[in-house]
Design a binder for this molecule. Structure first.
Ligand SMILES: [Zn+2]
Length: 101
């Protein structure tokens, strides 16, 4: 176990990269907390998701940008070398319904 001297969180891997400090509370703050090179792709993904999910609220949940509409529909998160999309079980239903409308 490795304990980050900055924030006190513990990780399996030594010097595990993580968001160190207070967790961002808005998607804007989340994006700004990432490495510069990944901010623009994150902004683009956010624009696509907002367009696809116009009725969903945007918030931070599980430390990730989240689209919420009664449930968490989908999260996205930046890693060192990729961006992850994490749809919940509702994501397909909502996106399909929208396509038919
Ligand atoms: Zn830390």
């Amino acid at each position: 176990m490795w304990k980050c001297p900055e924030c006190g969180r513990t990780f399996k891997k030594e010097h595990q990269s993580h968001y160190c400090g207070k967790a961002p509370e808005t998607v804007d703050a989340y994006i700004l907390a990432q490495d510069e090179g990944i901010r623009e792709p994150l902004r683009r993904i956010r624009a696509v998701l907002r367009n696809a999910l116009p009725d969903a609220a945007e918030k931070i949940s599980w430390s990730m940008p989240t689209y919420w509409q009664g449930h968490n529909i989908l999260h996205f998160a930046a890693s060192k070398k990729h961006i992850g999309l994490y749809p919940g079980p509702e994501a397909g239903i909502i996106l399909t319904r929208r396509k038919q409308a």
